[in-house]
Ligand binder design. Structure first.
Ligand SMILES: Nc1ncnc2c1ncn2[C@@H]1O[C@H](COP(=O)(O)OP(=O)(O)O)[C@@H](O)[C@H]1O
Ligand SMILES: [Mg+2]
Length: 362
């Protein structure tokens, strides 16, 4: 097993009367890139601080590489941290900032220059050794912070929204570099963000959190294709939610009715207790809607709609439809044969059945 594994079992955290984390169970594989994703206030930073040892859990236990962490202070844990507003030492130059931790550790002077230049190279700052911190851009400071943590070769690096303060272009560039650095070192990265695109781009595993609870753990693809709850479906990517009804169920599939059109879906697409007659919400990604220009009402497996607005997004066309269920968004290639839609035109919509998720109402 690779080093840097984390086992979180039944962890809860209270601040006074407020419960901030609830029953968190999470197994993080050594060497993986894991992202905690969720809205502001959902408990992401608190969970990182518990892993780091700045806080102790109110309940439950955390182990790193099989060793219980209860009572182990942060400096004795095999962990490094990078934050959005990491305070670098402004009176030291880049080299001395990165060398700082090695010196504190008592590393002999002769063994410092090698690792410092290796990690400055890794973060793209070779040649910046004698720059002062005040002479660096925001992105360069974040690279110094990363090198300063990585030079200590922690088994686990915790990163709390390290890119949130940077502009989009720089952020995109650093995302690519961060992922490549993580791959080269095989250090476990536990990364926090509220940006689902960032999480999707970077992660082997995404942990979606809301209200102090883990809502879903999975690969970016699993979370996008098979969200475990309406919250996850809405938080990760654009989605349409259509009210429907479960008509019938057999051993392997369910028949669903949405606005008069009928679909047969595998039972694995139904989340919650599938019961004939129950109402449900059908989650449908914009790109899984197929459009046929036409007039008249929907029949069979199609669904009547009217085009309300068209927006071009680079190579894609985003279409807002009005339907009996209210507005619905479709996304298609702008060069698709059916892309010649116009405002106010009637259309027939159909869904790629294998792309739908059904949330059965209790
Ligand atoms: N030291 C603290 N004392 C009291 N409440 C706190 C403390 N730290 C965080 N909280 C509360 O815990 C909740 C989760 O905070 P946090 O973990 O920072 O969320 P996130 O990082 O997901 O935005 C918030 O409601 C926050 O106000
Ligand atoms: Mg936070």
């Amino acid at each position: 097993m690779r080093r840097g594994s984390i086992a979180i079992a039944g962890v809860g955290k209270e601040f006074g009367p407020a419960t901030v984390l609830n029953e968190v169970d999470l197994a993080i594989e050594g060497g993986s890139f894991v992202t905690l994703l969720g809205p502001s206030g959902c408990g992401k930073t608190t969970l990182l601080r518990l892993i780091a040892g700045f806080l102790e859990p109110s309940r439950g236990a955390i182990a790193i590489d099989g060793a219980a962490m209860q009572g182990v202070p942060p400096r004795r844990r095999p962990i490094g941290m990078v934050f959005q507003n990491l305070a670098l030492f402004p009176h030291l130059d880049v080299f001395d900032n990165v060398a700082y931790g090695l010196r504190v550790r008592g590393t002999p002077a002769a063994d410092i220059a090698g690792p410092v230049s290796r990690f400055l190279g890794l973060v793209g700052l070779a040649g910046f050794e004698r720059r002062r911190i005040g002479q660096l851009s925001g992105g360069q400071k974040q690279r110094v912070a990363l090198a300063r943590s990585l030079v200590l070769e922690p088994a686990i690096l915790l990163l709390d929204e390290p890119l949130s303060a940077l502009d989009l272009q720089l952020r995109r560039q650093l995302q690519v570099e961060l992922k490549s650095i993580q791959r080269q070192l095989a250090t476990t990265f536990v990364f926090v963000t509220h940006d689902q695109e960032e999480a999707t781009l970077l992660s082997d595993t995404i942990v979606v959190m809301d209200g102090g609870r883990v809502q879903q753990v999975g690969t970016p693809g699993e979370i996008y294709r098979r969200p475990a709850s309406p919250f996850v479906a809405r938080f990760v990517g654009d989605i349409n939610m259509l009210p429907g009804r479960i008509v019938s169920i057999d051993a392997a599939s369910a028949e669903i009715e949405i606005g008069g059109s009928h679909l047969r879906l595998p039972l694995t697409a139904v989340i919650g207790k599938a019961r004939a007659g129950a109402s449900c919400n059908v989650a449908c990604r914009p790109e899984s809607i197929a459009v046929q220009p036409s007039s008249g009402a929907g029949t069979g497996t199609t669904f009547a709609a009217r085009v309300v607005a068209l927006h071009r997004l680079g190579p894609m066309l985003k279409v807002t439809f009005d339907t009996v269920h209210g507005p619905l968004t479709g996304l298609m290639m702008a060069n698709a044969p059916t892309a010649g839609l116009a405002e106010n035109q009637s259309a027939q919509l159909s869904f790629a059945a294998d792309s739908l998720t059904v949330f059965a109402n209790p």
